[in-house]
Ligand binder design. Structure first.
Ligand code: SAM
Length: 260
């Protein structure tokens, strides 16, 4: 009977894989891999020489939706054929990634057992490398293009993390690079809520043990002159203190006091 496990490889080659995810990779009949980095893919190949890369489904100019549909079909076809399938994705398979959630939901709807194993995401690395606790001031995460094309409620007293900043503005998801004019629009949107002099951080987690993470601190306006990659995540620290709500404090106190 077909079975599906979507597992996370973590961000760092050889360093972040959980024993559970590793067991799924080793014990599957068929293993697919989608890594951020050719080296990471080679590392998985060392575990399973027969691993099938999902990378060839990406193509410049091809709509990302089509790519994802094809990846999902390739994975589900093996599950339907009765195999134990493991699909390994870099980071956490369920964080800013469509295919893993999609295939797990669809496999279950078709009556197969399907599980997702968490992995160490870029988000997890970011908290460690930049010394940020999302619980301190709160933390919003958005996909950069979605952040632009929908009206969001921005809270400048919390952290704001924008994913896929290197692709910002690619509404159709056809390109592998963002356009400077699109980045300009993002900076303008942010400038409605943050001073142009506000310090932001372009973050890239290390993907091999020998590499260092990248944390480029710069003024918001200088983002336009910065080299961004597919792997850059933008962190906007809070720009204003938390605003107290005295009425709620009073209401909490009243609700705590013993009634007489
Ligand atoms: N599932 C992945 C995870 O758990 O981190 C995220 C996949 S999402 C499609 C791709 C985005 O993740 C990038 O545009 C970037 O925002 C972020 N990302 C990927 N690699 C990264 C890295 N090495 N450092 C920081 N952010 C990264």
């Amino acid at each position: 009977r077909g079975h599906l496990a979507c597992v996370g490889l973590g961000m760092m080659l050889g360093g972040h894989l959980s024993p559970r995810s590793q067991a799924f990779i080793e014990q599957a009949d068929v293993v697919f891999v989608a890594a951020s980095d050719a080296l990471v893919e080679l590392w998985v190949q060392a575990m399973r020489p027969d691993v099938r890369s999902l990378q060839p489904y990406y193509a410049e100019g091809k709509a990302r939706r089509q790519t994802y549909r094809e990846m999902a079909e390739a994975i589900l076809a093996e599950v339907r054929a009765g195999r134990r399938v493991c699909a390994a994705f870099y980071g956490h398979p369920g964080v800013f990634a469509q295919v893993p959630h999609d295939v797990v939901t669809r496999a279950r709807a078709e009556g197969f057992q399907a599980v997702m194993e968490p992995g160490i995401s870029a988000e997890a690395c970011l908290y460690a490398d930049l010394g940020i606790d999302p619980g301190r001031y709160g933390c919003q995460h958005h996909e950069a293009t979605q952040f632009l094309i929908y009206r969001r409620v921005i809270d400048p007293s919390a952290y704001l993390v924008l994913w896929q900043i290197g692709l910002v503005g690619d509404v159709e998801c056809r390109r592998s690079r963002g356009l400077p004019a699109h980045l300009q629009l993002l900076v303008e949107r942010l400038a409605d809520h943050y001073p142009l002099e506000h310090e932001v951080i372009v973050y890239e987690a290390a993907t091999t043990p020998l590499a260092e993470h990248r944390a480029l601190r710069l003024r918001l306006h200088a983002l336009l002159d910065t080299e961004l990659s597919m792997h850059s995540t933008l962190v906007v620290p809070p720009a204003m203190p938390l605003a107290a709500d005295p009425a709620m404090r009073d209401a909490l106190a009243r609700a705590t006091a013993p009634s007489t």
